[in-house]
Design a protein around this ligand. Structure first.
Ligand code: ARG
Length: 374
């Protein structure tokens, strides 16, 4: 996903008073009609379970299909062609924040697969009638610190300043603040108390950035982590809310090369890149920014390729996405799309996804990954 986002420390929503059986029923009907498995009284069983306990428990096939369908419904994701191969790790029995932290590290290790990154989701215990379950405060499992300096500048990722402040308040520190310090996981327990856990080094794979031709590029000391793993969205399936359900795909290079490293309130590297590449920055109309931007994107692709780390590019992904839309339409389904998130932030008009309109995202569509209410 790409686009303008902001980070705020999440708060508990008011407790929900049980689950709407209609949502469970609709989900189960979709599940059975799409997967073709036999219903055998399951819906009635779930209805009874809900009236008895206020909730119900998904079977593993329901959970798996539900998570995949939530991905398929994600209007902001260009990578949905492979929705049906999402690897689901069922960790609904894991409650304690320490065990959740261990499983998050294990998620990153299994998703890594020696560089052939596998789209994976780990699903922890859902919220229930008794209250909320755990939640992960970090918006991604791997985040670089943004250290506030006394002069108002930031060392590191400007997007993560608040998360960094919170980690520091909880006792986390680095001896020498650098541009790329990995933040610890902050996990909120079912009482709303937060706990801090360092990610083990072996769980965090990073790619140092080099340029295919220009040696000077290395001097910038740029890098990025290999796996984008979103950890602050609620997976909602059939009325059940899984508040801790981190998931990952692999990167498209524009996310790193046109946004994370380039946005002015994040790493803002364009001027430094232009300098090491010997591009004159005096005249805006020389398009020095655009030229430097292309070179960073080349460096990101080159560096991931060189280290055998999965990554895609915006031309390939645009083609695949249009294949996905066509495939969905052949299956008789509409495909919700948010144009402003799907169109890449580099050379937009060179990609097919730019040149058309799409079905509007429907806010009520489920299963879904939902933004946390702040
Ligand atoms: N844009 C986010 C980032 O740069 C990651 C969002 C998910 N991206 C993905 N390729 N699955 O970290």
């Amino acid at each position: 996903m790409m686009g303008p986002e902001s980070y705020e420390h999440p708060r508990h929503e008011p407790r929900e008073t049980g689950l709407n059986p209609k949502e469970a029923r609709e989900f189960l009907e979709d599940f059975y009609s799409e997967t073709g498995s036999s219903e055998s009284g399951r819906i009635q069983y779930v209805m009874n379970e809900i009236s008895r306990t206020g909730t119900y428990r998904h079977t593993l096939p329901e959970l798996t299909w539900g998570a995949r369908a939530a991905w398929r419904n994600s209007a902001r994701c260009i990578g949905r062609l492979y929705w049906n191969s999402l690897h689901v790790r069922d960790r609904r029995h894991v409650f304690s924040t320490a065990d959740v932290a261990d499983e998050c590290a294990e998620h990153l290790r299994t998703a890594w697969k020696s560089g052939k990154i596998r789209p994976t989701i780990t699903i922890f215990a859902p919220d229930g009638p008794q209250g909320n379950s755990v939640r992960i405060v970090n918006d991604q499992l791997i985040r670089y610190a943004g250290h506030r300096n006394t002069d108002g500048s930031v060392t590191g990722d400007g997007r993560n300043v608040e998360l960094t402040d919170l980690a520091k308040k909880m006792g986390w520190s680095t001896r020498y603040p650098s541009q790329f310090d990995i933040l610890p996981l902050i996990i909120e327990d079912d009482n709303g108390n937060v706990h801090l856990y360092a990610l083990p080094d072996d769980a965090v794979k990073e790619v140092p950035l080099t340029h295919p031709e220009k040696n000077g590029f290395d001097r910038l000391g740029l890098r990025w982590h290999a796996i984008p793993a979103i950890s602050n969205m609620i997976l909602e399936i059939g009325g059940i809310k899984y508040s801790a359900a981190p998931f990952n795909g692999w990167y498209m290079q524009t996310e790193i090369g046109a946004r994370n490293l380039v946005d002015e309130d994040r790493y803002n590297v364009l001027p430094r890149v232009a300098e090491v590449l010997g591009i004159d920055t005096a005249d805006e109309r020389s398009l020095w920014r655009d030229r430097a931007l292309v070179e960073i994107n080349r460096a990101v692709l080159h560096s991931f390729d060189r280290t055998g780390t999965s990554i895609t590019d915006h031309h390939t992904e645009s083609r695949r996405f249009l294949q996905h839309v066509a495939k969905e339409s052949r299956a008789g389904r509409s495909c919700p799309v948010d144009w402003s998130w799907i169109v890449p932030p580099l050379s937009a008009s060179l990609t097919g996804v730019y040149h058309r309109y799409y079905d509007e995202p429907d806010a009520g569509r489920r299963p879904a990954f939902l933004a946390r209410i702040k």
